[in-house]
Design a protein around this ligand. Structure first.
Ligand code: BGC
Length: 748
C-alpha cells in the first residue's frame, strides 16, 4: 500500500521544482521503435519515423518525455530508462507502456475469443499472465482492455473487444482490469490498465476505422459507456481517448466527454492518455488552429498525456502557457496524476528490471497452460449435425487437414502481438498430428493465401502479411488438396481471415471468405468426405454456404500460442466446446449493423422479412454455441413477484446436463420491459453463469436483478430511470431462450 500523504507531499515538492517545459515533458509520451530494414509502409505520412529513435533519445537526454511506448526488450528498457533518469534534472523516470492486448510472449486467444468464453475468472487469469510477463520486462502500463462496443463487423477492431453487448462487455472489461492490475495499482506483477477508446469508437460510420461516430444519447449511456464504467469500477488507473469525432466533436478535444462524463459521471480518478497522435489530429480534424491550440485544448479537456510518434503537440504547451491559452495550474493537475501513477507503481524506487528474471518469467511453462485452457474455453461450436464431432480417434484413421491457415503459425496468433515466439506456436496441423495417435494426417494448403488490396500499417513489422509462396501451381495444388481429402476418413478444413485482415486499420466492405477459400471448401465437400470446418476469425464471416453444406463448424478464433493443441483437444473430445457468440452473426454484410437487442416496432411478426431478398434474421444468434452434451432448463422462478424501484429480485432456474458427457454450459438471463417511458429492447442480457455439469447432473442457477440491471438511460429525462412495468425474464442457453417468467416493478 502506498502512503497517500507521503506520495502527495513528494509530488508537491517535485511540481514546485519543475519548469513549465519539464511539466510538458511529463505529459508527453513517445513511441520508440525501429522500422525493420526495407519497411514499405509509412505509418504517418509527413512524420520522420525513421529518425524517430534518435529524436526520442535526444528528448530523453533533455528530460522532455514522461513516458515511452513500444519497447519490450528489458535491456533496451533499462538503457532508455537510464537515459531518462540521467537526462532529467530531477531524476524523474519514464513510464513504459505497451499494447499488451492478448499476451506478451505467451499469446492468448484474441480478446473477442476471450469474451466468447463467457468466463470472467479465466479471462482474469489470462490477463494476469500477460501482465506478469509485461511487468517482468519492464512494462508498467498496458493500453488495454479495449472495451468499445462493436456492432458493425466491417470494423476490424471488433476483434479487440467483447462484441456487441454492454452487459457482457462490462463483465469482460472488469475481469481484464483485475487481471492486468492485480489487487491494486503497484502490485509487483501487475500493470496499469487503460480501457479504451473513450468513447464511441466502435460506432465508426460504415465500420470504417477512424471515421466519425454519431451515437445517440440513449446508445451512449445504455450501450457504449457501461463497459467503461465497469472497468473504472474495477479500479482501472488510466483511460485512452478515441481518434474520431463523436457527434461532431473530436473525442480527444471534447471537454464534456473527457471531464464531465469520464471524471464526473463515471468517477475516473486516474489519468487520461490520448490515442496515438490524436492531439495533433485536432488540427487535422479542423478543430484546433495549430499545435499549441491543440495541446491547450486537449489538456483543458482533461487529456493528461499525449501519445505521439514525433512532433508532439504537448511540446508546444510552454508556448500555449506563454500565450495564455492554458494555465500552468492546468498542467499541474495533469502532472500530478502522472507522477502519482509513477509513485504508485514504484518506478522511482525500482526503475530498472532484472533481465535474467525477465527471461525466466517469459519462459514459464505455466503461462502456456493458461493459454491452452483459454483457447479451449473460447472456441464456439456453431454447428454439429449428425454428431460428427467429437472425432472418434479409433475410427478416424486418416485425416486430411486442408487450407493455408491450417499450418500458419503467425495467423494462429492473431493480430496485435509483436513479441511472440513463432517457434513454440502450435498450429492446427501440428496439434492434430500430435493428438491423433497413429492416424495418418495429410495436409495441403489447396490455395495460396489471400492478400489485402491495401496493405496494413502493421505489415511493416516482420511476419505480418502472409507470404505469397513462390512456384505455387494453383490448379495442381487445388487438385492435390481435393485428392487428399477424397482419400481421408475426415477432412478438417481451416478457413478465415489472415490475421493482417482484421484488427486496427483492417475494416472491410464485405464479410466473404477472402481469396479462393469458399471454392476450396466447396471442392472438398464435393468429395463426400465428412468435413469439419474450423473458422479463424475475429468477426462474423459470410458462412451461409457452409451452414447449409458442412456438418460441423467450430469457431476457433485466433487461438494463440497453444492454439493447435487446444483445437485438437476439442476435436477429439478431451474437452467439450462451451464458448458462446458475443455478437449476432449475420447472414450477409448487407444486414449490418444487426443486434439481438433491437426494439419492437411496427409489424414485428415480419421481423424476419424486413428485406425482400434475404431473411433479416441472423445466421447464428447472440449467445449461440453448441456442446458435445445437451442441456435442459426448468421454468425460471422469482423469489418475489413484485418489487419497488430500488429493490432486487432473484431469478432461479434448474439446468440439467441430459447428455452423456461432462461439459460446461453457459446459462444466460435476458429481460424485457413491457411498457414504460421508453421502448426497451426485445431482450437484454442481464446475467450469465458458465457452469460445469457432469453427465446427468442438475444445478440451480440464480441471478439477482437490482437497480443496476433494471434501469435505463432515458433520453427524454436525460437521466437514469427505473420504470414501473412488467418485466419478462428468460433463462436459457442463448438469446432465443424460451423458458420465461415475469415480475412487476411498482410505482415508488
Ligand atoms: C491505437 C491504440 C493503441 C495505440 C498504441 C493506436 O493506433 O488506436 O489502440 O493503443 O495505437 O499502439
Amino acid at each position: 500500500m502506498v502512503d497517500e500523504q507521503g506520495m502527495r507531499s513528494r509530488v508537491d515538492e517535485l511540481i514546485a521544482e519543475m519548469t513549465v517545459a519539464e511539466k510538458a515533458g511529463q505529459l508527453t509520451q513517445y513511441f520508440y521503435f525501429r522500422l525493420p530494414a526495407g519497411s514499405e509502409v509509412d505509418p504517418e505520412p509527413g512524420l520522420d519515423v525513421a529518425g524517430q529513435p534518435a529524436m526520442v533519445e535526444s528528448v530523453l537526454g533533455e528530460g522532455a518525455a514522461g513516458s515511452l511506448l513500444f519497447v519490450t526488450d528489458p535491456a533496451e528498457i533499462n538503457r532508455l530508462q537510464r537515459l531518462a533518469i540521467d537526462g532529467h534534472r530531477l531524476g524523474i523516470p519514464v513510464l513504459f507502456g505497451f499494447d499488451v492486448i492478448h499476451g506478451l510472449r505467451t499469446i492468448l486467444p484474441v480478446p473477442i475469443a476471450l469474451a466468447a468464453s463467457w468466463d470472467p475468472a479465466m479471462i482474469q487469469r489470462g490477463q494476469a499472465v500477460a501482465a506478469r510477463e509485461a511487468r517482468a520486462v519492464g512494462i508498467h502500463w498496458t493500453f488495454a482492455p479495449m472495451v468499445d462496443i462493436a456492432r458493425d463487423p466491417r470494423w476490424g477492431r471488433m476483434i479487440e473487444g467483447a462484441g456487441e453487448d454492454p452487459f457482457l462487455g462490462a463483465v469482460v472489461a472488469a475481469a481484464q482490469v483485475r487481471g492486468f492490475q492485480g489487487p491494486e495499482i503497484g502490485a509487483p506483477e501487475g500493470v496499469v490498465a487503460c480501457p479504451k477508446h473513450f468513447a464511441g469508437y466502435g460506432a465508426a460510420l460504415g465500420g470504417r476505422d477512424y471515421d466519425e461516430a454519431d451515437v445517440s444519447e440513449s446508445a451512449l449511456w445504455n450501450v457504449h459507456l457501461p463497459p467503461f464504467a465497469a472497468a473504472l469500477e474495477a479500479g482501472a488507473g488510466s483511460v485512452m481517448t478515441a481518434y474520431m469525432d463523436l457527434n461532431g466533436i473530436p473525442a480527444t478535444g471534447d471537454r464534456w466527454l473527457q471531464s464531465d462524463v469520464l471524471r464526473g459521471a463515471l468517477g475516473h480518478a486516474g489519468f487520461v492518455v490520448s490515442d496515438a497522435n490524436a492531439v495533433r489530429d485536432l488540427v487535422t480534424h479542423g478543430f484546433a488552429r495549430d499545435l499549441s491550440d491543440a495541446g491547450a485544448r486537449a489538456l483543458g479537456a482533461g487529456v493528461d498525456m499525449e501519445m505521439a510518434i514525433a512532433d508532439a503537440a504537448y511540446a508546444h504547451l510552454p508556448d500555449a502557457v506563454d500565450r495564455g491559452m492554458v494555465s500552468e495550474e492546468t498542467l499541474d493537475v495533469s502532472v500530478r496524476r502522472v507522477l502519482e501513477a509513477k509513485l504508485r507503481l514504484g518506478v522511482f524506487e525500482t526503475p530498472y528490471v532484472d533481465e535474467e528474471r525477465a527471461r525466466e518469467v517469459l519462459g514459464d511453462p505455466a503461462h502456456r497452460e493458461v493459454a491452452r485452457i483459454a483457447a479451449e474455453r473460447s472456441a464456439v461450436l456453431l454447428r454439429n449435425d449428425g454428431g460428427l464431432l467429437p472425432l472418434d480417434a479409433a475410427r478416424a484413421n486418416s485425416i486430411a487437414v486442408i487450407g493455408p491457415l491450417a499450418d500458419s503459425r503467425r495467423d494462429t496468433l492473431g493480430p496485435w502481438c509483436f513479441d511472440f515466439d513463432l517457434g513454440e506456436t502450435v498450429t492446427v496441423l501440428e496439434g492434430i498430428v500430435s493428438r491423433s495417435g497413429g492416424a495418418r494426417v495429410d495436409c495441403a494448403p489447396g490455395i495460396r493465401p489471400a492478400q489485402r488490396v491495401f496493405p496494413s500499417m502493421f505489415d511493416m513489422f516482420g511476419n505480418n502479411a502472409p507470404r505469397d509462396p513462390e512456384n505455387f501451381d494453383d490448379d495442381a495444388e487445388l487438385d492435390r488438396a481435393v485428392a487428399i481429402a477424397a482419400g481421408a476418413d475426415v477432412a478438417v478444413v481451416v478457413v478465415g481471415e489472415w490475421q493482417n485482415m482484421i484488427g486496427e486499420s483492417a475494416s472491410r466492405s464485405s464479410l466473404e471468405l477472402p481469396g479462393r477459400q469458399l471454392e476450396l471448401l466447396q471442392a472438398v465437400v464435393a468429395t463426400g468426405t465428412p468435413v469439419v470446418l474450423l473458422v479463424m476469425n475475429g468477426r462474423p464471416l459470410d458462412l451461409r454456404w457452409a451452414a447449409d453444406h458442412v456438418g460441423a463448424i467450430l469457431d476457433i478464433w485466433y487461438p494463440g500460442t497453444q492454439g493447435g493443441t487446444a483445437v485438437a483437444n476439442l476435436l477429439f473430445g478431451d474437452v467439450s466446446p462451451a464458448g458462446r457468440l458475443p455478437f449476432t452473426w449475420p447472414r450477409t454484410v448487407g444486414q449490418v449493423p444487426m443486434v439481438y437487442s433491437h426494439t419492437v416496432s411496427h409489424q414485428p411478426q415480419k421481423q424476419a422479412q424486413r428485406y425482400w431478398d434475404e431473411q433479416s434474421t441472423p445466421l447464428f444468434c447472440f449467445g449461440h454455441g453448441l456442446s458435445y452434451s445437451r442441456f435442459e432448463y426448468g421454468e425460471p422462478s422469482v423469489d418475489r413477484a413484485t418489487i419497488s424501484p430500488g429493490e432486487a429480485v432473484t431469478v432461479s432456474a434448474e439446468v440439467t446436463n441430459v447428455g452423456a458427457r461432462d461439459a460446461d454450459e453457459v446459462a444466460q438471463l435476458y429481460i424485457h420491459q413491457r411498457h414504460g417511458s421508453a421502448s426497451r429492447p426485445v431482450r437484454e442480457l442481464k446475467g450469465f453463469a458458465r457452469i460445469a455439469l457432469a453427465a446427468g447432473e442438475s444445478r440451480a442457477v440464480s441471478f439477482t436483478l437490482g437497480p443496476a440491471e433494471l434501469r435505463h438511460w432515458n433520453a427524454a429525462a436525460r437521466d437514469w430511470v427505473i420504470d414501473a412495468s412488467t418485466f419478462d425474464v428468460w433463462v436459457g442457453g442463448d438469446s432465443t431462450a424460451t423458458h420465461s417468467t415475469t415480475f412487476e416493478v411498482t410505482e415508488t
